[in-house]
Design a protein around this ligand. Structure first.
Ligand code: DC
Length: 223
């Protein structure tokens, strides 16, 4: 059976995390959430008191950062300088800062090498924004998962409703803002790779999306 490297890109709230995790489990592959890496950098920018506009400071920070993704009981854990920051990187502040720092060449360069190293052994599902376009242009299978803005905002709101004071409108505004940042930046903007399989999940259940992906993967494995 062929060992594959699979990428799943798409905007915030399209359901990438949920389906990537399930697909990886069904295939017996590792799952890598690359957004967590950008969030990790954002977390360290705040923790070290750096001004987000201080590109030189962020460059220095990246060269001294030690981040690791390690398997935990409930999925992958993000370690930074040996401390587990997994539960600290999902705040609205980190979410917006991750989008901002992800536009910086120095941050993308640092994480590009990091991600390519993880991908060497294949048998991985990578979730992100530029996995199929920039990080792994030769990936065996590329998916691009999308959904309407309204659906994405509602899904994200339901996910975080118990942990946030944000209203549905706030969440929608943040997603629109991030869509704009992530898709209009000069470096590695969010867009489907030319050879990506595009799936619109607006009216599809999680199971339907995963089944569709799994069928596609099985066809490729058999070729
Ligand atoms: O997937 P996420 O919401 O955790 O990602 C947080 C931010 O990180 C997102 O707004 C853009 C950035 N990101 C990126 O630029 N490239 C990736 N491959 C993954 C995330």
């Amino acid at each position: 059976m062929k060992d594959l490297l699979i990428t799943i890109d798409g905007p915030a709230g399209a359901g990438k995390t949920t389906v990537s995790k399930i697909l990886a489990v069904r295939l017996g592959y590792r799952y890598i959430d690359t957004g967590a890496l950008y969030r990790g950098v954002a977390f360290e920018v705040i923790s070290s008191g750096l001004n987000p506009d201080d590109d030189q400071g962020i460059e220095k920070l990246c060269s001294s950062m030690d981040i690791k993704l390690v398997p935990g009981e409930n999925g992958m854990r993000l370690l930074s300088n040996h401390s587990d920051i997994t539960d600290k990187i999902r705040t609205p502040e980190i979410t917006m800062l991750a989008s901002a720092v992800s536009a910086k060449p120095v941050v993308r360069k640092y994480l590009l090498i990091f991600q390519r190293n993880i991908g060497k052994g294949k048998r991985v599902v990578f979730e992100g924004r530029d996995m199929g376009t920039v990080v792994f242009p030769d990936a065996d299978i590329k998916f691009y998962l999308d959904a309407s803005l309204k659906t994405r905002a509602l899904r994200r709101y339901r996910e975080i409703a118990s942990k946030t004071v944000q209203t549905l409108e706030d969440v929608g505004k943040d997603i629109r803002h991030r869509d704009k940042n992530d898709s209009t930046r000069v470096l590695a903007p969010l867009k489907p790779a030319k050879d990506a399989v595009i799936i619109d999940s607006t009216d599809l259940s999680v199971e339907a999306v995963v089944d569709h992906m799994k069928l596609y993967v099985e066809k490729v494995i058999l070729i």
